[in-house]
Design a protein around this ligand. Structure first.
Ligand SMILES: [Cu+2]
Length: 150
C-alpha cells in the first residue's frame, strides 16, 4: 500500500513563487526628465508607488548621465533629513548642486567633481516648502532639476 501525497505541496509552492514576480521597470526617459519647473508637481505625483516621497532617514538615488539627472524632479517632505546618492553613469564629470542658499542659508551639494563611474552622497534637510532648483555646474543649462519640498 503506497500513497504519494505530495502533489498538493507542489501546487502550494507554485502559488507562492508566482506572487513574487512583480517587476519594477525603471524607464529612464531622458526627454521626460527635462520637464519645466511648472510641470514638476504633476510629474512627481504621477509617478505613483515607487516615486513616493521619502521618509526621514531614507535615501534617494539619482543617476547622472550626459547630461541628464534621472529622476530630474524630486519631492522631499519638509523638515525631513534624507540622503541623496548621486551615481555618475555618464562619460563626463558631473555633480549635483542644489541652489538652496536663499531658503536654507546654504547650498546642499555633492562632491563638486563626481567622476564617471563614481558616486557620492550627502544629506539634505529642507525647512521651507516650495520648489528648489538643482543643477550640474558643468552642464548648464541642460543638466538641471527641481526638488519640491512639501
Ligand atoms: Cu553634468
Amino acid at each position: 500500500m503506497k500513497r504519494a501525497m505530495w502533489r498538493g505541496a507542489l501546487v502550494t509552492l507554485a502559488v507562492v513563487l508566482g506572487v513574487g514576480a512583480t517587476a519594477c521597470s525603471g524607464g529612464d526617459d531622458e526627454a521626460a526628465s527635462t520637464a519645466t519647473a511648472a510641470a514638476t508637481a504633476a510629474a512627481t505625483s504621477a509617478g505613483g508607488g515607487g516615486g513616493a516621497a521619502p521618509a526621514e532617514g531614507e535615501e534617494i538615488e539619482i543617476i547622472m548621465t550626459d547630461n541628464v539627472f534621472t529622476p530630474a524632479n524630486l519631492t522631499i517632505p519638509v523638515n525631513t533629513t534624507v540622503k541623496i546618492t548621486v551615481k555618475n553613469e555618464g562619460s563626463a564629470i558631473h555633480n549635483m548642486h542644489i541652489l538652496s542658499s536663499e531658503t536654507e542659508g546654504k547650498d546642499f551639494a555633492s562632491n563638486p567633481l563626481v567622476n564617471p563611474g563614481g558616486e557620492d552622497d550627502f544629506e539634505v534637510t529642507f525647512t521651507k516648502t516650495g520648489v528648489v532648483n538643482f543643477q550640474c555646474d558643468f552642464h548648464l543649462p541642460d543638466m538641471v532639476g527641481t526638488i519640491t519640498v512639501q
